[in-house]
Design a protein around this ligand. Structure first.
Ligand code: LMR
Length: 393
């Protein structure tokens, strides 16, 4: 059976994570995989999540199945936080296995609705979008321009021209906030352009909301997405709790399908259940239940919000520290611009040779293509990274 099986291509982000772990140097710095790290280099469990898990262990009456769609109380609470209550009320929903599971389920649903649908991905985007929606969900993928030529903003004119050529049957993937891999987010006029184009042309907005709360706050970071949801009859949203609630390994997320009317919503709800049944039967409960407990309890919710704000503060502080350290290095100026970005990521114009030098000479790990995770910096790491970048010339 397996003798002729071709080896799978390694995932470029997870390969960096493995190489970092295997590196014995004590002063190595991981700017690779997109996880938040504190000053000690740890990815902490939110205190509110710990408290919710304790409550769950003490009080959970049974481990019997929850149901095909998972915990709908979780979906409703997460929807209200992210999409807002009005859009949540217009949406079918399911719990999902992380944001990736939500992307996949939504891709499958779109294929069931329209096998010829084309998914348009921003250039650049998270590489796993193409895996999940192309190879995974079986949809055709295309690209639209996102990052401007100077790498500092969104190519609004190029994007608008591309979107205005689309129509029904086209699906456009949009990063709700903290664009991965660039950290360059949509300005307000860009969201207005998107809302206008989607409403006028009839293409389907497909939001990936994986980093809400890492720029200005969960609701503020969702403002552009909500503006678009208000303007269109239909949209889909994949929400991840990996970063926003620190639930990475527990794989917690939800998929929302905003449908044009009650009958389309009911059909989408039934199809979401069927797609779940086909590929995982039922979503796992534990992590989603913990997030629901946090969102439904005023004290835990306030504690979670405070910790998230502290993470955001650290990320934004590191962005400024990097710019300041680069400003102090002869030859550092060309790498500056971190403070203008949002969330974990920035993409630097690094070629493969330079990425190899950062790793071999300085123990600094960067994703191919030049993506760096700012939160991977230890508190005293800005000067070291700035010196290593400046030394590249
Ligand atoms: C990342 O972009 O590094 C994260 O979303 C982790 C992943 O699965 O790629």
């Amino acid at each position: 059976m397996f003798a002729a099986l071709a080896a799978a291509e390694p995932d470029e982000i997870l390969a960096v994570m493995a190489a970092f772990r295997a590196d014995p140097r004590a002063d190595k710095i991981d700017l690779g995989v997109g996880v938040y790290r504190d000053a000690a280099g740890e990815t902490p469990v939110f205190a509110a999540i710990k408290a919710a898990e304790t409550r769950l262990l003490d009080q959970q009456p049974s481990k019997t199945y929850v149901g095909l769609l998972g915990d709908m109380g979780f979906c409703n609470a997460l929807g209200a936080l992210t999409l807002g209550e009005a859009a949540t009320a217009r949406s079918a929903a399911t719990q999902a296995v992380g944001g990736s599971g939500a992307l996949f389920v939504l891709g499958r649903l779109i294929r069931a609705a329209n096998p010829g649908a084309v998914i348009h991905l921003p250039t650049p985007t998270w590489p796993n979008h193409r895996n999940l929606l192309g190879q995974g969900a079986g949809l055709s993928c295309a690209a639209y321009p996102y990052l401007s030529a100077d790498g500092k903003g969104v190519d609004l004119a190029g994007m608008e021209a591309a979107l205005d050529r689309l129509g029904p049957g086209d699906v456009v993937v949009l990063h709700a906030s903290c664009h991965n891999p660039t950290g360059v987010d949509m300005p307000a006029e860009g969201w207005e352009m998107i809302a206008r184009s989607a409403a006028a042309r009839g293409w389907l907005p497909f939001f990936d909301a994986a980093y809400l709360g890492f720029a200005e706050g969960p609701e503020a970071d969702a403002a552009g997405m909500r503006l678009v949801l208000d303007a269109v009859p239909e949209a889909v949203v994949a929400v991840s709790c990996s970063k926003t609630f620190g639930m990475y390994r527990d794989r917690v997320g939800a998929a929302f399908v905003m449908a044009g009317d009650a009958s389309a919503r009911a059909a989408a709800q039934g199809r979401l259940a069927a797609v779940n049944r086909e590929h995982l039967s039922m979503p796992p409960d534990h992590g989603a239940a913990a997030v629901r407990i946090v969102l439904e309890d005023a004290d835990l919710r306030a504690s979670w919000g405070g910790e998230l704000a502290a993470m955001r503060g650290r990320i934004n502080g590191l962005r400024q520290a990097l710019d300041a350290a680069l400003g102090a290095e002869a030859g550092g100026a060309r790498w500056r611009g971190f403070a203008a970005g949002r969330g974990l990521f920035a993409t630097l114009p690094l070629d493969a040779g330079q990425i190899g030098r950062l790793r071999d000479e300085s123990g600094i790990y960067v994703v191919p293509g030049g993506r760096v995770n700012v939160a991977g910096l230890p508190d005293d790491g800005a000067a070291r990274v700035a010196a290593a970048l400046a030394a590249l010339g």
